[in-house]
Design a protein around this ligand. Sequence first.
Ligand code: DON
Length: 561
Amino acid sequence: MRSLIFLLTILSFGATAQQTGPERYTITKRLEAGKYAVVSAHPLASKAGAEVMKAGGNAFDAAIATQLALAVVYPEAGNLGGGGFLVATLPNGKKIAINYREKAPGKAHRDMYLDSSGQPIVSKSLEGHLAAGVPGTVAGLIATLPYAKLPLARLVVPAIRLAEQGYIITAAEARGLNRARASFLKLNTRPVAFVKDTDWKEGDTLVQKDLARTLKLIAEKGAAGFYEGETAQKVVEEMRRGGGIISAEDLKAYHAEILQPLQFKFRGYDVITMPLPSSGGIGLRQMLGMVENQPMEDWGFHNPKSVQLMIEAERRAYADRAQFLGDPHFVKVPVDTLIDKNYLARRMADFTPGLASLSARVPAGQIRESDQTTHLSVVDAAGNAVAVTTTLNGGYGCDVVVGGAGFLLNNEMDDFSVKPGAPNMYGLVGNEANAIAPGKRMLSSMTPTIVLKDKKPLLVTGTPGGATIITSLFQTLVNALVFNLDADQTVNAPKFHHQWLPDVVYIEKGFPDPVKYSLERMGYKFTSRESIGRTELIKITGKNKLEAVADNRGDDSAAGE
Ligand code: DON
């Protein structure tokens, strides 16, 4: 059974998937499905996931095919040259997390982004070859493969087709490519598919032949098709031409990690989420733990009392993030304490209802508006649930395409704390725990999350949004589990965000003015942002009843049956 509640046809070209030429597609914001569903940032990527599930694949097959398709049709965040996290639950009760976060190259060092007087050179960790960490995505896909049913070569088919035949770009994509044009021209050492003689416009076709070749090598050779041989060689040559430091040894040594997810209870639900090197799982546990025993449902959704409590929980969790969190292979992180109930109760001991707490006074960071990470959620008929968040960090990463290989490299090195207390592009600060070291993974906020009710998946969710990821997840879970908002409101209700420093509350367009005024009287300062997060949610409402919601904030779209 399938009923489309909101179906927006944005483009309708004559070609079909079987014919040569760009594919037609529609954006589906909300979908009810009986067997399987996938929701991602792009309709063609969701469609790729649905295609492989229809062909006998499960949610893991779909997660792989969707990510590969996103690497083609969503170049600002979908990627081969970035990294990500996967959290999944299986019908037999098994739970897994896969860490394929990028690593600092072997030649990286602690002060590599500082000038001679010890000050950060901001552009250095953000733009160009030196900003890139060793990519993890392809290793992550290969680590996912044992849980999938179809061969890798089948899962790469939709991505190769989209790269070879091209796809029709939306207005938002045209704007993104045009904005990045000057940077692409400045930073690349070879011509790139993202730049043409004239500006991009809605309805143009983007063809990526080099990327198709790279995808074919992955299809044939798996991880070795990327981390060794022709593609690895192209990365190393690109680094030499552009002054980067990723080496053949860095690529060959890269491995994804299979981890136990972070698991905790919230009001009787089981929350299954990402452990370190994501700060997201710990942050989410802290925020939920700090509000768990308060009667927020009595106060009401978007009531000043509930919003204030949540802001103060956010502030405290981000303060801990800055102080304690980093790659656990390199630093000792007191995880058990940070997520302990009594510790969280003590953290909130100085909370005064009706009065804003004060964050320490340090210079405010520049928060760059960007949503260029991407999340996908998948559920299949067997009951597998998969949540994946993946990123290049900034939009189009470091803006460098590997010459001849057609994929963009990340600028994830900026997620390290380049200097204690110096804000990164999201205004996040950190210290020694997240300092740069060779082979170390930079701290992330990405928080793919699954909520179980009576041991079965209820919510499969996640979002991009840099620093706002953890607060978006926090609010998504509170919206659904405490305020009982429906799936659509859970995703689309305006959000608010506090990250300790700078000491302001970011509010999204549509956040109710009366609530803002009440909080201003308590001492809070506000800054407006166009949007916070782009959440993808699948809610399992009963046996064979899936509700997939794609965030209204972008071209996000659901597919399923
Ligand atoms: O891993 C992280 O936390 C960041 N690199 C995520 C970046 C992101 O979400 C971009 N969108 N705003």
